[in-house]
Design a protein around this ligand. Structure first.
Ligand code: HEM
Length: 495
């Protein structure tokens, strides 16, 4: 029965809600460059390494910068303390990604990285984390060691094709991990195409449909709808790449010919009715791995190569540490990880120098207030990881490549581990970080144990200067470069 006390409770709730709503409405938006009527900040939005421009703007506007462009509220967050306040303290509020119009059109809507933080997403993440965690590493770690050593042999045979060998290594390993089987060239080529499509679909400002979502409802034959035909092609290829292998794995489980891998292992339990997961959650986990793992790991391996080529002193010290542990008689293994603190410092510095995803996007599920400012619901909140790993208050001389900063010196602590930034935060922290750390360690140590990385030679026989520049994509990697990978003399590893 509805009593007077119920009425009072309703009244108080309403009063509180309207007070809170009014308070939010009254709060100002964070500061930012002046906006033009209708177009907001579209004209001044930086496209080349936007993270650098946003870091520079923070000297004028402060660490929080509000922009309005393409019909969206955008908040750039340049300081590390806001990460704790927003992504950890208010982790549920900020656990959602913004909506990219091209994600669904290209068939990626069930990918863990783009889904809302709902039950299916949480379970798919848990499934992936379970398969990748340090305990499960016992089964996939030795295979990774073996694949990395095989990569070194391939590079030794045709060092000029190092790029193709590395991509093949990443594609081969991830397929082996996911489905337990080998992969052929046509599948690897399709995987590369999928990665390019994903990068294109995510590129801000590339698609008019991002600014005018109404376009999504116009028929395909309507003028200007070429983007829909492109998206349809990308979608078909993505489905070929993800659905077919899953169905093959399903058939192999049913006829008892399955290999050991994340999908066949989990499917066997699901089919037997002994799993806590559903098949759709496994589909999400499996179809996310390629997109999330290959491009990011490729970016960091390329970044390591160019930085180590440009810093021969670092390369020499790293090599000496490896040689002292392995005595140049074998390839480094995962069991050597704790014995190589300088290698760990080099890897941290590679992460810091150019974070693989310089900006991490999130979007609050409802209007929030922070430091006296209003953050409207659905704002694209872009956490500027590059600005944080180049903040002179956290890293002295941030534009210098200095692995030593990550080693404790006398009474001074080592610098903050940049991987606390570069793998993301809170409820959406990268579920693949353990595999990534292990794979980067094996690649770095086995490569340096086997080869010297030197700049190409000029016509006069001297070495070229190394020019380091990065792409402005969502996943940022060094612009194409050449290097000489020279087998180390007298090593017992290759011969
Ligand atoms: C150097 C390598 C890698 C880097 C730097 C990296 C970085 C990141 C970052 C920054 C995020 C977003 C986190 C956030 O929103 O807070 C992320 C998400 C993700 N990563 Fe990684 N990653 C790497 C490798 C991998 C690998 C090897 C896998 C899988 C095997 C993987 C799977 C994922 C998935 C599925 C997500 C989406 C998580 C979600 O939205 O809930 N990543 N990664």
């Amino acid at each position: 029965m509805f009593t007077l006390s119920h009425l009072c409770a309703c009244f108080c709730t309403l009063a509180l809600a309207s007070w809170a709503f009014g308070r939010f409405r009254r709060l100002p938006l964070p500061p930012g460059p002046p906006r033009k009527f209708w177009f907001g900040n579209e004209e001044i939005l930086p496209w080349d390494h936007p993270w650098r421009q946003y870091a520079a703007w923070s000297k004028t506007f402060g660490p929080l910068i509000y922009l309005y462009a393409y019909g969206r509220d955008i908040l750039i967050v340049n300081e590390a303390s806001a990460v704790t306040d927003l992504l950890e303290t208010k982790s549920t509020l900020y656990a959602r990604r913004p909506t990219w119009s091209m994600v669904a059109l290209t068939g990626r809507q069930d990918n863990i990285a783009f889904m809302d933080h709902n039950e299916r997403q949480r379970k798919a993440r848990a499934l992936l984390q379970g398969a990748l965690n340090p305990r499960a590493q016992k089964s996939w770690g030795p295979i990774l060691e073996e694949e990395t050593t095989s990569l070194m042999l391939q590079i030794a045979q045709s060092p000029e094709s190092f790029r193709q060998h590395i991509r093949r290594y990443l594609g081969t390993y991830i397929t082996r991990f996911t489905y337990g089987r080998t992969v052929d060239d046509s599948e690897l080529k399709l995987g590369d195409e999928i990665s390019i499509h994903t990068q294109q679909a995510l590129r801000p400002g590339r698609w008019l449909a991002d600014a005018v979502p109404l376009l999504l409802y116009l028929p395909d034959w309507f003028p200007g709808m070429a983007f829909k035909r492109w998206a349809r092609g990308a979608r078909t290829k993505f489905i070929d790449y993800t659905a077919q292998p899953f169905q093959q794995a399903r058939s192999s489980v049913l006829d008892g010919t399955e290999m050991q891998g994340m999908v066949p292992d989990a499917l066997s339990e699901i089919i037997a009715g002994t799993s806590k997961y559903k098949e759709e959650e496994l589909v999400s986990a499996a179809s996310s791995i390629h997109t999330a793992a290959i491009e990011t790991t490729y970016a960091i391996l390329m970044n390591f190569l160019i930085l180590i080529m440009a810093h021969q002193d670092v390369q020499e010290r790293a090599y000496q540490e490896i040689a002292s542990v392995t005595e140049s008689t074998r390839q480094p293994l995962l069991s050597d990880m704790t014995a190589m603190p300088y290698i760990d410092a080099v890897i941290r510095e590679v992460h810091r120098f150019n974070p693989v995803t310089p900006m991490i996007p999130r979007s609050p599920v409802k209007t929030d207030s922070y430091k006296g400012y209003r953050i409207p619901q659905n704002t694209w909140v872009m956490f500027n990881i590059w600005a944080m790993t180049h903040d002179p208050n956290i890293y002295r001389d941030p534009h210098q490549f200095m692995p030593e900063r990550h080693l404790p010196l006398g009474h001074e602590d080592s610098a903050k581990d940049p991987r606390d930034f570069t793998f993301g935060f809170g409820k959406r922290i990268c579920p693949g970080l353990n595999l990534a750390n292990v794979q980067i360690f094996l690649f770095v140590t086995q490569l340096l144990a086997t080869f010297e990385v030197r700049p190409p030679l000029k016509a006069d026989g001297t070495e070229e200067d190394v020019v380091i520049d990065y792409s402005s994509n969502f996943v940022s990697l060094p612009m194409p470069f050449k290097c000489r990978l020279i087998p180390r003399s007298g090593n017992a590893i290759l011969y």
